[in-house]
Structure formats: structure tokens, C-alpha cells
Design a protein around this ligand. Structure first.
Ligand code: ADP
Ligand code: MG
Length: 618
């Protein structure tokens, strides 16, 4: 029995009119929606050349008989609504009956379909809107639609298609989002012969997100879940610290339909209010479920806009859901990288001085007025304003080799300081005194006073962990739900080609889009969300300008050092005693605790002997 009817004029006229085929991704969207509406449990998408050359969507849904296969390409031909009343409570993704007609009018299309009840299937060929062939075909229950040569008969539109990479990117994004919106279905996406997405049925959104992005990624997002008044919102938002300058990374779904919506967008912003600088926006993926009678989807031809009957309730639900999620995440937040796996391999770490070593920080010279919280016996009661004459970095030979002995490596009389006299560091013996100007950790051990630069200490720890992971080829990668993009300058473009393999080794997943645009699909997990773009640009600039002659190993080390620097705690950041303890303990486990990956000293020691000398006790 046929299912498709041509809508009567009075009903057809009530349907938002307009063009739906804007680019290859809009075709994929319509075909995916048709497959989902047909009750498919498995949907395979195959594209060639960003969909410009060919798009093929295969499903195992209910299929069509011969009459329907022919009718499906007519305008206003649909099985999804019959009457004006049906428009008021739409349960399917499609309802306009125009997509196949529009698509077939600007391409060469081939449909193969079969219902479970029929013994043979049907194949229909249609080109530029003209049907050329209808024949029996041996096929399986379900539907396969292949769209070739998009816009072959509309050269003006063909010219405006973006590069293959850009179109692939849009399609990948789209299929990924539909896969997230329908966790119970299987999806695959094959791009130029390579399978780029493959998911089997999952029990819920979280499991589906895990299938696609992995757990490292999920750990960084805040899960939203709230319901009231017969409506519910679920999904993920980024943490308030990962601000973006536009709304490009906000994806909203209403009843599993991908939409652009101001009510949802404003409610999301309100949920984040006062937590983000003005002019910045969170990333979000929110799935709203409302009774079909509560939402009008017949607003826009591409069905990407909706109107809510009770928008105030929708607004409150989303704002409150987002607020509660952020509050929950804050409570659970921890700032530090946990000291989980420290694998020590001798001779693995190689520090490369990639920038001129800094001198001993100014702050140290002037501010020996340490804000001690307790005063162990090794520390004098009164601390003088007089510059401490002797400051000897530990592990002298390593530092000397890296050229880190600053002018302050000489005492007041101009004598070169002697290496710390075989003094070793032992984490168990170090007691923390306090933090100096929220930037340096003051500590003491048997030998005297230690001052540790918190930023470079953390940098060293992250560098060694990352370097070890590099060697084991087990860098933790965090996939981006929504890729960040940035544009290369012509100079950076050349550096990009050279650096790409090394960046990939280091945990970046990058792809070139059209022109000079790069998408960051994943980044080393240690980097905070949103930090990749500026780091990459900085690396590309420095490679381009000054470091053309670097060897591959040096390049790799420079990338690793840049990463560690970005990810490490900064100066001017108050640290709890617990965190300072963790830093010191981890630092002591490192291969080279004395200098940062950029060659700067990490620990300065003022020995008892030097203190005594300074106070003229000896
Ligand atoms: P709409 O989805 O708005 O009804 P379309 O032009 O997208 O309009 O599709 C027309 C009709 O063709 C649908 O109503 C449906 O009956 C049938 N159809 C399209 N794609 C499929 C498919 N993959 N499986 C089964 N039937 C389909
Ligand atoms: Mg449709």
C-alpha cells in the first residue's frame, strides 16, 4: 500500500516555502532526517569530495514501494502529514514533502528502495528534476539515495561551493550531531573511502558522547539535565573559563531536530551570566524535549527555526538547568593535574633551552620579606631588607650547561659562586613555609631556605610527563566536541606543513579547511580548553621566524615545552598548602627538577652557611 500523498493546495500553502539545498551538508541533513523518520536503526553516509561529487545515504528503514518511490520526488509529496491539524503536532523530522524534489532538481539522483513486504525493490533515476528510469532492482529492505554532481545544471551555485575540506567539515559536524541526538541508532560516515565516524546503538547521550569523543573529553564538559512542566533539557556546556568570542559552538536540538533558536541561546547566556566576560559565549549542545503541540516547526523551509507556545517556561528551564549544572561542576572542580602516573625513565628527558634564560626573578632580590606562616628554626627571626648576597641554583652543572647562571651567580665581591656543595633534595625533608607574592613557594630543609618558582616547577613536571608519554606514544588527547578554527598567515602556512607531523605526535588533531583555515579537532589533554589556538599560532610564528634550522627532535621538544608552559599554573596565583606540597613532591620525582624546559632555574637555595655569612655570624 502506498503511503505518500500529494498535499492539497490549502495545506501546501501553509507550509513555509523556500530553498533547502544550500550546500552538500543540507542534502545530508534532509536524507538523514528521512532515514530517521523511516524508522531506520542503521544509517550509513558515504561522501566523495566533500559531497560535491557524491553523497550516498543508506538506511534499513521501512523503504518505499514502486509507486511511492516515484511519488517521493514530487513537490508536496509526503507520507508524514495529511491534514492541517497534523501540522500542529508534528512527530516526524520531515513534513514538507519538498526535500527530495528540491535535491533532485539540482543534481543527478538515484534511489533504490524496497519495503519488507515487497519481493523486489525499485530503482529510480532522476536528473535535473527529470525522471529517466524506473526499474526493478535487487536490493535489501530499506532505502539508498545517491546524489551525484550537485548543481551540475546551476553553474552559478556550483561556483559558490566551498572547498572540499570545508564541505566535509560541515557534513562531519552534521552527522556527528545527529548521531548525538539519536544515541539509539547506528551511524557511519565514510569520507573519500575512509570511515571517519562509526557508532553502534548506545543507551543514552552520555554513552554516545563517550563513543564519539572519549572520556578525556567528557571530563571537561559540564552535563546539563533538568525537567519540569512536561519538558526536559539535557546535554553539555563548556566550563565558564572556556569562553569563545561567538556563538558558533552552540548547538540546539528541539525534539531531536537541529535548530537555531534565540530563546534557547538567551537562556543559555543567562545561565552563565556573571561567570563569563561580556562578549564571550559558552560552547553548548542542548537537547530540548517538549510535547509536539508546544512547538511550531513550520517556521522556516529548512526547518531550522521553531516557535515555542510557552517560551517563558522553556527559557526558565534552560537557564535553571545550566545554572545548576555549573554550580554542581564548580563544587566538584579541582584545579591541578593529578599526580597519577609518573613513569620515570632515566635519560629520557631532554631539556632544550629555547629562549634566553631569565635571570633570577626581580621579586626575589627585593622581597625577601617572606610571608611565613610558621617559622622553623632554620629561618632567622628578623629578615633583613639587605639583598641576600648568595643565591646558588641547585644542580649547578646542569644549569651551567644551559647557561642559566645569571650575573647573580656571583657574590657581592664578584667571586663566582661555588656549586651547591653536593646538597641533595629530599621531598620528605622539605617543609613549606609559605607563598611569596602568590608566585614563589618558600620552603626550608636541613640545608637552609629553598625558593621555588611555582610556574616553572609545574612546567617541568608537565614537560617530563608529556615527554615520557611522547616516547611511549601515549599522549592523552582530548577531542573537541566542536572544533576550534583559526586562520594561518601565509608565513604560518609554510611552517604548518613542516610542523604538522610533530604537532600530531604531540597530541594535536588538526585538519586543513578551505584556504588557510585550520580546524583543531583535538588537543593534548593537559591543555585547557580554548588554549590550543593561541599556542599553535605562537609555535608556528616562532618556527617560521627564528627556528628554521631546528632538528626534528628539537622541534618536538619545543612543542612539548610550549605545551607545558601553557598548561602550568601561572605566577600571581595563590596556591593552597596542599597544592604546594604536591608540586614539590612531584618535582622531586622528576629527572631534572632544577631547570624548566626553557632552561630557567626552578629552585634557588640559600644555605645555612650563606645565611650565617650574610648575618655576619661567621
Ligand atoms: P518529507 O520528509 O518532508 O515528507 P521528502 O521530500 O524528504 O519529504 O520525502 C518525501 C517522502 O518520501 C517522505 O514523506 C517519505 O514517505 C518518503 N521517503 C523519503 N526518504 C525515505 C526513506 N529514506 N525511507 C522511506 N521513505 C522515504
Ligand atoms: Mg524529508
Amino acid at each position: 500500500m502506498s503511503k505518500i500523498r500529494i498535499l492539497p493546495d490549502n495545506l501546501a500553502n501553509k507550509i513555509a516555502a523556500g530553498e533547502v539545498v544550500e550546500r552538500p551538508a543540507s542534502i545530508v541533513k534532509e536524507l538523514l532526517e528521512n532515514a530517521i523518520d523511516a524508522g531506520a536503526t542503521r544509517i550509513d553516509v558515504v561522501i566523495v569530495s566533500g559531497g560535491r561529487r557524491s553523497i550516498r545515504v543508506t538506511d534499513n528503514g521501512e523503504g518505499m514501494n514502486r509507486d511511492d518511490a516515484i511519488l517521493s520526488f514530487e513537490r508536496h509529496a509526503t507520507s508524514k502529514i495529511r491534514t492541517v491539524e497534523d501540522l500542529e503536532a508534528i512527530l516526524t523530522l520531515g513534513f514538507r514533502g519538498e526535500a527530495l524534489a528540491s535535491i533532485a532538481s539540482v543534481s543527478r539522483a538515484r534511489l533504490r528502495t524496497q519495503t519488507a513486504a515487497d519481493l523486489t525493490g525499485t530503482e529510480v533515476e532522476i536528473s535535473g528534476g527529470k525522471m529517466y528510469a524506473v526499474r526493478d532492482a535487487a536490493t535489501a529492505p530499506g532505502t539508498q539515495i545517491e546524489i551525484n554532481s550537485l548543481f551540475f545544471n546551476v553553474p552559478a551555485r556550483r561556483k559558490f561551493l566551498k572547498s572540499e575540506a570545508t564541505e566535509s567539515f560541515h557534513i562531519t559536524n552534521l552527522v556527528t550531531h545527529y548521531a548525538l541526538a539519536h544515541p539509539n541508532l547506528s551511524f557511519t560516515l565514510t569520507n573519500n573511502g575512509r570511515e571517519t565516524l562509526s557508532v553502534v546503538p548506545a543507551t543514552d547521550l552520555r554513552e554516545r558522547a563517550y563513543q564519539i569523543f572519549g572520556d578525556v573529553f567528557l571530563g571537561d564538559l559540564i552535563e546539563v539535565e533538568r525537567s519540569s512542566d512536561g519538558m526536559s533539557v539535557r546535554g553539555f556546556v563548556s566550563s565558564p573559563s572556556a569562553a569563545r568570542s561567538n556563538r558558533d559552538n552552540q548547538y540546539f536540538f528541539v525534539n531531536r531536530r537541529y535548530v537555531k533558536d534565540r530563546v534557547i541561546a538567551r537562556a543559555l547566556s543567562e545561565g552563565f551570566r556573571a561567570m563569563m566576560p561580556s562578549g564571550t559565549f559558552p560552547s553548548a549542545m542542548l537537547f530540548l524535549d517538549v510535547p509536539p503541540t508546544e512547538v511550531d516547526v513550520n517556521v522556516h523551509p529548512a526547518k531550522t527555526e521553531v516557535r515555542f507556545m510557552r517560551s517563558a517556561i522553556v527559557y526558565d528551564l534552560i537557564r535553571d538547568g545550566v545554572r545548576a549544572a555549573i554550580a554542581g561542576a564548580r563544587a566538584a572542580a579541582t584545579k591541578f593535574v593529578e599526580p597519577e602516573r609518573v613513569v620515570r625513565e632515566p635519560d629520557v628527558v631532554k631539556a632544550v633551552a629555547v629562549s634566553p634564560p631569565d635571570t633570577v626573578p626581580e621579586a626575589l632580590q627585593q622581597h625577601i620579606d617572606l610571608s611565613f606562616r610558621r617559622t622553623p628554626e632554620v629561618v632567622p627571626q628578623v629578615i633583613s631588607e639587605v639583598p641576600v648576597p648568595v643565591i646558588v641554583p641547585l644542580h649547578e652543572p646542569a644549569i651551567a650547561r644551559l647557561g642559566c647562571l645569571s650575573s647573580r651567580g656571583f657574590d657581592a665581591a664578584g667571586n663566582q659562586l661555588r656549586p651547591a656543595q653536593n646538597l641533595t633534595l629530599n621531598a620528605d625533608e622539605i617543609s613549606i613555609l609559605g607563598q611569596i607574592h602568590s608566585s614563589f613557594i618558600a620552603a626550608a630543609d636541613r640545608s637552609g631556605v629553598l625558593v621555588i618558582d611555582q610556574h616553572v616547577a609545574h612546567e617541568r613536571i608537565l614537560f617530563e610527563l608529556h615527554w615520557n608519554a611522547l616516547r611511549r606514544k601515549s599522549v592523552d588527547v582530548q577531542r573537541h566536541l566542536i572544533p576550534e578554527t583559526f586562520d594561518l598567515t601565509p608565513g604560518q602556512e609554510a611552517a604548518f606543513e613542516r610542523l604538522l607531523p610533530e604537532l600530531e605526535e604531540n597530541g594535536f588533531e588538526l585538519s586543513r579547511l578551505s584556504g588557510r583555515t585550520v580546524a583543531v579537532n583535538g588537543a593534548p589533554a593537559m591543555l585547557e580548553a580554548g588554549a590550543s589556538r593561541s599556542l599553535l599560532k605562537e609555535l608556528l610564528d616562532s618556527i617560521e621566524t627564528e627556528r628554521k634550522g631546528l632538528s626534528l627532535d628539537e622541534l618536538r621538544a619545543e612543542i612539548a615545552a610550549g605545551l607545558a608552559c601553557r598548561a602550568a599554573v601561572k605566577i600571581n596565583m595563590p596556591l593552597s598548602e596542599e597544592k604546594m606540597r604536591w608540586l614539590i613532591d612531584e618535582l622531586m620525582k622528576m629527572e631534572n627538577p632544577a631547570t624548566c624546559p626553557h632552561g630557567r632555574p626552578i629552585i634557588l637555595r640559600i644555605t645555612m652557611r650563606e645565611l650565617e655569612r650574610a648575618f655576619q655570624r661567621i
